[in-house]
Design a protein around this ligand. Structure first.
Ligand SMILES: Cc1cc2nc3c(=O)[nH]c(=O)nc-3n(C[C@H](O)[C@H](O)[C@H](O)COP(=O)(O)O)c2cc1C
Length: 193
């Protein structure tokens, strides 16, 4: 059976550090035999959550935009990789808007008792990069990711977090990051096979 993987690029910067890393993870996932769907949030036209609460009726988001194409992929995937830069000690606005639009899955799981994918457990990884040395830069994002993964019924398989990576392409000078990202993709798929 082919493993379906989803890769979500959360940076507004095309070809930036998280793009370079996630691209390696995708290569690793493909090499391990997965079918990978890549989603570039910056290319999508989508709204943040508008608190319409229509999802409380049926677990579905009522907003008609590009997220409509992403929801079925989130339901069908076996695993996923999400990458975001750190902006003001948080994930990027693109990533946060995507996460907030997963509130319909929170409603499904906790209010309607209909978990995403029928409760099937999946796995995911989180990749993040920050420009500073700040020891706490990943604290907020990791908490957000923990709760996102919970509503997506995904185990947080591993994280890759890099500090002091700021200018476009800085990650290329890191001694192990690209290899780490590639191996992460391979390992993730290997753990599911
Ligand atoms: C709006 C904005 C806010 C940022 N805030 C932080 C921050 O709080 N902490 C930090 O370490 N880096 C911060 N950075 C630096 C980015 O995390 C860094 O440049 C990163 O490499 C960008 O990743 P990308 O190339 O994938 O977009 C910020 C950058 C921008 C543009």
């Amino acid at each position: 059976m082919i493993i379906k993987a989803l890769a979500i690029y959360g940076s507004p910067r095309k070809g930036g550090n998280t793009d370079l890393l996630l691209n390696e993870t995708v290569k690793g996932m493909k090499e391990a035999g997965a079918q990978v769907d890549e989603i570039f949030l910056r290319e999508m036209k989508f709204s943040p959550c508008l608190e319409l609460y229509a999802c409380e009726n049926d677990g579905r988001c009522a907003i008609k935009d590009d997220m409509e194409k992403v929801y079925p992929k989130l339901i069908e995937m076996d695993c996923f990789a999400l990458a975001s830069p750190i902006f003001f000690y948080a994930v990027s606005a693109h990533t946060k808007a995507f996460i907030d639009r997963c509130q319909c899955f929170w409603t499904g799981k906790y209010l309607l008792k209909k978990p995403i994918a029928g409760g099937k457990k999946r796995k995911g990884v989180f990749i993040a990069v920050g420009g500073s040395k700040g020891q706490k830069i990943f604290d907020g994002p990791l908490l957000t990711i923990k709760y996102l993964f919970d509503v997506l019924d995904c185990e947080l398989f591993k994280t890759l977090l890099y500090r002091e990576v700021d200018r476009k392409g800085d990650i290329l000078d890191h001694p192990t990051a690209l290899k780490d990202a590639y191996l992460l993709g391979k390992e993730l798929i290997g753990s599911l096979s």
